[in-house]
Design a protein around this ligand. Structure first.
Ligand SMILES: Cc1ncc(COP(=O)(O)O)c(C=O)c1O
Length: 317
């Protein structure tokens, strides 16, 4: 586990790392390390994952969902000001690999946790007050489960380390068992050393799809922005349909040709819907839940499989 933590410190050019049992645990421990507690408000992008609600609630704070930007699907700083003016902290997810507006969020004086669970290897995570990673089965690299907190500030990572295990302590404060096992750490490390290769393969597949998508973009479809720089690691390839009927029809069409696609975040999963907040404040999250479709993008896809997906997309255009 120490070697994995050292690898993250090297990747981020310094700071401290704390490996834990999941990305959700990493979020909770980042909040704890930053002193977020009961009575405080934390802004979370509605178009994200319920793990964010769980971590903020576990910290005793109040999660307030905010909307995301239509181009790159990351948290919208203007929506934070509008819907969560009293937020002391924001969890900024680098959605599907695109970079959130961390500097803008920080300039409002709030603490920012960079959620890199979908962007490991994309060179994000260095501007906020703490960063979190997940090694869940579907993530960029995996230990089955696992997570990590990284921060430039030693006290944030040290507070996380203190909380992560409870045995043989001379003094008592509430702690938990959030440890990563050495077996998980070894699996994760073995993939970590291949991050450049993983990024490059994912980018190659993305550029193949981009080439066939030109025809579809003329017909009212669009793509997620913010993934063009060579340093970015695309986690998903998202098509945004002109409307929900076109999205559902494309999904069925792909399925008929044996190409699995998924709706990355369903309407019922939007965080504002879980909290029964007024949907009118979240037009972009609602639109994406209705129209986004994710097609296969992972390094294990063979060239032949990529060719088949391109052919099917080309026929749909
Ligand atoms: C953006 C984001 N944050 C946090 C998590 C939580 O990670 P984990 O499943 O490892 O608890 C996930 C995914 O599962 C995620 O997608």
């Amino acid at each position: 586990m120490a070697a994995l933590e050292a690898a993250f410190v090297a990747m981020n050019g310094g700071g401290r790392a704390c490996a834990v049992s999941s990305g959700t645990a990493a979020l909770l421990l980042a909040l704890h390390g930053l002193g977020v507690k009961a009575g405080m408000t934390v802004a979370v992008p509605s178009y994200s994952c319920s793990a964010l609600l769980n971590a903020v609630n576990m910290a005793g704070a109040r999660p307030v969902p905010v909307d995301v930007r239509p181009d790159d699907f990351t948290v919208d700083p203007a929506s934070v000001e509008r819907l969560a003016p009293d937020a002391v902290a924001v969890i900024a997810v680098h959605t599907f690999g695109a970079t959130a507006q961390v500097a803008a969020l920080k300039s409002s004086g709030r603490l920012v946790i960079e959620d890199c669970c979908q962007s490991l290897g994309g060179r994000q995570g260095l501007v906020g007050d703490a960063s979190v990673y997940s090694f869940y089965a579907t993530k960029i690299i995996t230990g089955g489960q696992g997570g990590l907190v990284w921060s430039q500030a030693a006290e944030v990572a040290e507070a996380a380390r203190d909380y992560r295990e409870f045995d043989c302590r001379e003094t008592y404060v509430p702690r938990f068992n959030f440890q990563m096992t050495d077996i998980q750490a070894a699996m994760i490390e073995s993939q970590f050393v291949r991050l450049d290769e993983i990024r490059s393969r994912r980018r190659t597949i993305r550029s193949r799809y981009l080439a066939v998508m030109r025809a579809l973009t003329g017909a009212g479809w669009r793509l997620q922005a913010g993934l063009d720089e060579a340093t970015h690691l695309p986690y998903r390839f998202i098509l945004v349909a002109p409307d929900s009927n076109a999205r559902d029809a494309m999904k069925e069409r792909l399925e008929r040709d044996n190409v699995a696609s998924i709706v990355p975040i369903e309407r019922y999963e939007l965080l504002h819907r879980y909290l029964n907040a007024d949907s009118r404040h979240y037009p972009v999250s609602e639109m994406l839940a209705d129209r986004a479709l994710s097609i296969p993008l992972y390094p294990g896809l063979s060239d032949d499989e990529v060719d088949s997906v391109c052919e099917v997309l080309g026929r749909a255009a």
